[in-house]
Design a protein around this ligand. Structure first.
Ligand SMILES: [Zn+2]
Length: 123
């Protein structure tokens, strides 16, 4: 793969540094993302009780009724938090995606990132 000379380690080091630099540049060059935090929270709010019911079933099969009821209480609390968070976040996400995101996307499409110095320039 690498040259057979005594310089192999040096080549390896150079390659890994280049890879790191490209990864950083790729991260800087990534387009802005739309937000779906509210939807994710609502999904979690519905998933958690299902998981808790499955967990409760397993615990009861093993005669651990106390652990089972604790799991349900914890699930109700976590689920309520997720649903409330989801209800609050979903309209905010919608606003961000509809109003803020297009402006960020427009900026990103007109930004050139310099590979040499990492500078970002609008055109
Ligand atoms: Zn530059």
């Amino acid at each position: 793969m690498w040259s057979n000379g005594g310089n192999g380690g040096g080549h390896l080091k150079t390659v890994s540094m280049t890879t790191h630099r490209q990864t950083t540049a790729a991260k800087n060059a990534a387009p802005p993302k739309k937000r779906f935090n509210g939807i994710a929270l609502l999904g979690l709010g519905f998933m958690v009780p299902l998981l808790a019911i499955a967990f409760r079933f397993v615990m009861q099969m093993n005669g651990l009724a106390d652990t089972a009821s604790f799991a349900l209480i914890a699930a109700v609390v976590v689920s309520a938090g997720c649903l409330i968070g989801g209800i609050v976040m979903t309209p905010r996400d919608h606003f961000f995606n509809r109003v803020t995101y297009p402006a960020l996307r427009q900026d990103w499409e007109h930004t050139w990132a310099c590979n040499r110095c990492g500078g970002r320039f609008q055109f």
